[in-house]
Design a protein around this ligand. Structure first.
Ligand SMILES: [Zn+2]
Length: 192
């Protein structure tokens, strides 16, 4: 039996995640319930892993001079609620009660501005690389925890490419939706 990390949501914080506060957030609109989970991928530089640059990027602390690609994103102020590294470690940048800046212009089931009512989860990865098994395991644990805390997200998980199809391709063709959904159903069925 694998020993899965145990996560818990307390006051909008994911216990079990490393807290790395980002300044890139604001308030959700009043009376907005969390209704959607959005899955992304990100790597900095693209398709290179490790190095801590994603963390620095979401904290507005990335040194743009370190890589030519970084200059193409210079000054961008974005964030996510959660980032799952290749190692399976989970970082939280924005409290779930607040609005992270991950989706951009987007629409889900005819509702625009997904940032208002969603939780963003970035997987360290790219459109041309398989994700790690530990990332799927961790994602399943985290999403099952979030769906308990925020029941309206129960059947509402989308890729960034689903909510912004003309602009975005992530989480990309290597993200195994079917396997992920199967693992998630199993995990929820086995919850005590
Ligand atoms: Zn994305």
């Amino acid at each position: 039996m694998q020993s899965a990390p145990q996560f818990q949501v307390v006051n909008g914080q994911l216990i079990g995640a490393r807290q790395v506060p980002s300044p890139n957030y604001n308030q959700r609109p009043e009376h907005t319930e969390i209704q959607l989970i959005v899955i992304h991928n990100i790597s900095l530089p693209p398709s290179q892993f490790g190095g801590g640059y994603i963390e620095q990027f979401f904290q507005n602390q990335l040194d743009w001079s370190l890589h030519p690609y970084f200059q193409t994103i210079e000054g961008m102020q974005v964030s996510t609620h959660l980032l799952i590294l290749r190692t399976g470690e989970v970082l939280q940048f924005v409290n779930f009660n607040d609005r992270a800046w991950h989706a951009g212009r987007s629409t889900y089931l005819s509702k625009v501005e997904c940032n208002d009512y969603s939780i963003g989860i970035e997987l360290e990865g790219s459109d041309d690389t398989d994700f790690e098994a530990i990332q799927y395991q961790t994602l399943v644990d985290v999403v099952a925890t979030l769906q308990t805390a925020y029941p309206k997200t129960d059947h509402h998980i989308a890729g960034h490419s689903d909510i912004a199809p003309s602009r975005k391709t992530d989480p990309g063709p290597h993200f195994q939706w079917q396997e992920f959904r199967q693992q998630l159903s199993l995990r929820k069925a086995n919850r005590t």
